[in-house]
Design a protein around this ligand. Structure first.
Ligand SMILES: Cc1cc2nc3c(=O)[nH]c(=O)nc-3n(C[C@H](O)[C@H](O)[C@H](O)COP(=O)(O)O)c2cc1C
Length: 192
């Protein structure tokens, strides 16, 4: 199912056609070239002072990391995310070499996740970001050092039809229109 954004002017289809489905094909596997491609896209994101503070945990459906990440998820995320081909937890290294806080780390890691998402879409994959997970549980499960902060888990895979979700509320959300605030609400200084 496609859900093209309703934009004021045409923008690149990789952006207007990207959206966040929850219905994943539970039989699809993520190939090594596709996984490598999306990770390369993340690697080449810009970052403050080229600090590249993004870090990742990669899990494939069926492996131990995958089960661990699903276990950290809250609410309905636990229902739909298990059908993704892979889960990628995005973390930020929040301190520099001298132990000083890296204030841009979360922003930089978000940029990396964003580019990963666009590359995934270009490869015919879909990505759904998951903020609803127990961060402390993830830290403990992966024995993460204090400088690494989990931010989001990306569910990556092949899209399946909406009704494959089964649960009525999930199907409703899947087929609902995509909405955004109008541009003039976002521009708090200057004008188009
Ligand atoms: C940081 C972040 C956390 C999110 N957490 C969740 C989540 O826990 N569960 C979920 O179903 N969707 C989650 N989403 C997906 C958003 O709800 C979705 O991106 C938003 O509604 C816009 O929809 P679109 O991506 O299809 O345009 C998250 C998105 C982001 C960026």
């Amino acid at each position: 199912m496609k859900k093209k954004a309703n934009t004021a002017v045409d923008i690149h289809p990789l952006i207007s056609e990207r959206w966040s489905p929850r219905s994943f094909d539970a039989t699809a596997e993520l190939s090594v070239p596709d996984l490598t491609g999306i990770m390369e896209a993340a690697r080449w994101a810009p970052s403050s002072m080229n600090s590249q503070p993004w870090r990742f945990v990669i899990a494939r459906r069926g492996d131990a990391h995958f089960a661990t990440l699903i276990d950290t998820m809250s609410g309905f995320n636990k229902v739909w995310a298990p059908r993704a081909s892979a889960l990628i937890m995005v973390l930020a290294d929040t301190t520099d070499q001298s132990g000083e806080p890296r204030i841009g780390a979360l922003y930089d890691a978000g940029l990396a996740a964003s580019l990963l998402t666009v590359e995934a879409h270009h490869r015919g994959l879909v990505v759904h970001q998951i903020g609803g997970f127990e961060h402390a549980q993830a830290v403990a499960a992966f024995n993460l050092p204090a400088n690494l902060t989990p931010i989001v888990i990306l569910a990556v895979g092949k899209q399946a039809p909406a009704d494959a979700l089964g649960e009525a509320t999930l199907v409703e959300r899947e087929i609902a229109d995509r909405v955004r605030k109008p541009l003039d609400e976002l521009i708090v200084g200057g004008s188009l």
